[in-house]
Design a protein around this ligand. Structure first.
Ligand SMILES: *Cc1c(COP(=O)(O)O)cnc(C)c1O
Length: 398
């Protein structure tokens, strides 16, 4: 997953271009910037790489989600369906929009269960937001069909699955819009950054304005630009975009190393009786940043995870007990603990929601371990690690 492992001369060169001119901002200052427009160039590289018409860079994956929701018209009173297993940014963006997150079970894909999505739809549902967790994809065909049938917006959070695809279509470009994160631990990084991807011209134009205080970007005088609607400052800086420009050129290499190392670890764990693997709806489209596997029971998964860490095998995650990624530990969300008053519809919904209804998610995630795939391993190190993991888990299962 982490592109930072391949940080080097390419990124330095792009950043140096920006430092040489001193224009750290993506807009204006045309005469001073020596022809360098790193954010614009990165947006072009994104549309080319991911076969999508438009990309709008933002300051983070979280602000990319917020921007996407704003341009799609999600706001007060709207319900957004999201999975129980994701990163906290998913509900943060929904809450920032003033909308209400509706949590829904995952299945053995570790992503939204389409049946649970359909069961959660109410007259207030406006959007479904699948999250392609740990490099692999939700069942986009089924989820897309549900959205079409019920006339719902589809926003893909592809922040963890950059470069993945579903039956040939890049993740993040299948729904009405999608988002990437380029934070420090993602498949490619800008240090901090994000992007909204869409084939919809109006969403894109509005994202361009919204992420820059609503500026219409007409003419050459920023001070004279009009504001057709309210916006925020969710801009990316030229320095961050420059890093991303260095990184995106390495994406193919990153994916190819991940796939190779992932297959090595999987090959070893396949030999361990009792270990099974996450269901991947289109295995060819896995970005391979993690290998996620199941132990027979929650107790054995916890024991196996502990044994892996004790044997020096870091980079193995047991999300079920983790503060960031699973509903079980999101008490600030469940209690609606906010520094400022939330809108009453949202506050009431959060406090009255039944958070104990996710036995299906518990049953899946309680048995899941995800193993991070590093780029910096040699092939020998990958094999060595894989064998050590297999032996450790075998000893727990026997
Ligand atoms: C990282 C991440 C985000 C948010 O990205 P930031 O750039 O850190 O704000 C959103 N969703 C998921 C699933 C993520 O993993």
């Amino acid at each position: 997953m982490p592109g930072f492992e391949l940080f080097g001369t390419e990124e330095r060169k792009e950043v140096q271009d920006v430092l040489d001119s001193g224009v750290l901002m993506r807009y204006g200052f045309e005469g001073m910037r020596n022809g360098h427009w790193k954010a614009k160039e990165l947006e072009k590289a994104i549309t080319d790489t991911f076969d999508v018409k438009h990309a709008q860079l933002t300051s983070s994956g979280t602000t990319a989600l917020s921007t996407a929701m704003a341009v799609m018209g999600v706001g007060a009173g709207d319900e957004v369906i999201m999975p129980t297993f994701t990163f906290v940014a998913s509900f943060e963006a929904i809450i920032t929009a003033g909308a209400t997150p509706v949590l829904v079970d995952i299945d053995e894909t570790l992503c939204l269960d389409p049946k649970a999505v359909e069961a959660a739809i109410t007259p207030n549902t406006k959007m479904v937001m699948p999250v392609h967790m740990c490099g692999s994809m939700a069942q986009m065909d089924k989820i897309q069909a549900i959205c079409e049938k019920h006339n719902l917006l589809l926003l893909e959070d592809a922040c963890q699955a950059i470069g993945g695809s579903f039956h040939g279509q890049k993740l993040g470009t299948i729904g009405h819009a999608g988002t990437f994160s380029f934070d420090f631990v993602k498949t490619i990084t800008c240090g901090e950054g994000g992007a909204v991807l869409t084939n919809d011209e109006t969403y894109y134009t509005n994202a361009d304005h919204y992420s820059d205080h609503g500026h219409d970007h007409i003419g050459n005088d920023r001070g004279a630009e009009d504001h057709p609607f309210l916006g925020y400052n969710y801009r990316i800086s030229e320095l961050h975009a420059a890093v991303g420009l260095g990184q995106i050129k390495k994406l193919a290499q990153i994916l190819s190393i991940q796939k190779e190392h992932n297959a090595i670890v999987k090959g070893a764990l396949e030999q361990v009786e009792g270990v099974t693997f996450r269901r991947i709806p289109d295995p060819e489209g896995d970005n391979a940043s993690f290998l996620s596997f199941f132990l027979p029971t929650e107790d054995l998964a916890r024991k196996a995870h502990k044994a892996l860490l004790e044997n020096g095998l870091g980079g193995n995650f047991y999300w079920f007990d983790n503060n960031w990624h699973y509903i079980k530990k999101w008490s600030h969300l469940k209690n609606a603990t906010s520094l400022f008053p939330l809108n009453p519809t949202l506050a009431n919904a959060l406090k009255s929601y039944d958070y104990d209804q996710f036995a299906q998610s518990d049953a899946v995630l309680g048995r899941t371990i995800s193993s991070l795939i590093n780029l910096s391993w040699t092939k020998e190190q990958a094999h060595e690690r894989a064998e050590k993991m297999a032996a450790t888990i075998k000893s727990v299962l026997s």
